[in-house]
Write a protein that binds this ligand. Structure first.
Ligand code: SF4
Length: 110
């Protein structure tokens, strides 16, 4: 199926949902970021969410942690993300300590 046909299908069957705008942007020649590409891919894979904005529950899919309607996504309090780390207030001394620890880890790993 070509991009024009997919765009038509998306416009006719796709519901307003995360990834729709990005998917249609891609099909009309727009460039996407990695995050936009993931949600556009899920939108396509999930049949344009024409049956509703549901969790696909395919936990064997590598994209599942990033799936926009993944119900378990909200429960990630135990995960440390770079973004979250950068938002924390950290002293210069602690930052230096982390740098030293990181360089020790890199030395050990060869
Ligand atoms: S996470 Fe689900 S909707 Fe997204 S690509 Fe994988 S199977 Fe498809």
């Amino acid at each position: 199926m070509d991009k024009k046909s997919l765009l038509q299908d998306s416009q006719e069957m796709g519901i307003s949902s995360k990834g729709k705008k990005e998917y249609e942007k891609f099909l009309t020649g727009g460039k996407l970021t990695m995050k936009q590409s993931i949600i556009a891919f899920c939108y396509d894979c999930a049949g344009f969410y024409s049956n509703g904005k549901e969790d696909c529950e395919v936990d064997t899919c590598p994209l599942y942690p990033f799936m926009p309607y993944n119900k378990s996504k909200k429960d990630k309090s135990d995960l440390v993300t770079i973004k979250g780390f950068l938002k924390t207030n950290i002293s210069a001394a602690d930052m230096e300590k982390l740098r030293l620890e990181q360089s020790e880890i890199e030395k050990d790993s060869g």
